[in-house]
Design a protein around this ligand. Structure first.
Ligand code: ADE
Length: 229
């Protein structure tokens, strides 16, 4: 087992990078990959940058150049459900790309052509371990669909669109692209996100205040998940 961990921003992975033992840095396609032992397991950690394309480049590189068998995406997200409050934890049981839309030519919104699915599944086993980790840490966690798109969601209209079409529990900008890459490569995938904002107009105030705290919570989840694997 070799585990790749991807976060979009430094605040989402720096604590994990600082815990790597015997670290070796390699840069591929402009992304720095830090390889070593994390909490006693073979791992590679990277900050991919924001958005679906950077996340896909990072995940595919981890698979082809670093030989990971599992990928975990850690970070922050906006909530799409009243079951997830600020700083609570979302764990994916599937992912959707809410900005994928070929509906004008008759497809369901979100359909990934070629694969012919809207929702791509994530690892059931790793999702259950993550739920156990949240319980042991005393975090309120909800398992559900994680919606990704190249947009920061901060208005009720777009939030409602995502909820109505996909029944997703949180929104962010990378998880579904990592899930997509893992799906086509047969690699186990887990998305863990702590809630930094309400994905409404309030997000402008909430996000800057909570992003650090939420990112830390998600990284604490990773440490606990590693102990339970
Ligand atoms: N990441 C954290 N909050 C988000 C939001 N509201 N929309 C997209 N990505 C996010």
């Amino acid at each position: 087992m070799k585990i790749g961990i991807i976060g979009a921003m430094s605040v989402e992975v720096d604590a994990l990078v600082s815990h790597l033992d015997g670290v070796n840095k390699r840069t591929v396609s402009g992304i720095d990959f830090y390889e070593g032992k994390l909490y006693g397991r073979d791992a590679v950690v990277a900050r991919c940058g924001i958005g679906k394309v950077f996340a896909a480049i990072c995940a595919q590189t981890m698979i082809l150049s670093f030989g990971v068998t599992h990928i975990i995406n850690t970070g922050v997200a906006g909530t799409l459900t009243d079951r997830l409050d600020l700083l609570d934890v979302a764990i994916a049981n599937g992912v959707v790309q809410h900005d994928m839309d070929t509906s004008p030519i008759g497809d369901p919104v979100g359909l990934i052509s070629g694969i012919n699915k809207v929702v791509l599944p994530t690892s059931e086993k790793m999702g259950m371990i993550a739920e156990q980790a949240a319980r042991e840490l005393g975090f309120n966690a909800v398992r559900g669909i994680v919606a990704s798109g190249d947009q920061f969601i901060s208005c009720a209209e777009r939030k409602d669109f995502i909820v109505k079409n996909f029944s997703a529990v949180c929104c962010e900008m990378e998880g579904a692209s990592i899930g997509h890459v893992c799906y086509v490569n047969g690699v186990e995938c887990l998305i863990v996100r702590a809630i930094s904002d309400s994905a409404t107009g309030e997000a402008k105030m909430e996000y800057p205040e909570l992003v650090g705290k939420a990112a830390t919570r998600s990284q604490r989840m990773i440490e606990k998940i590693f102990a339970l694997l």
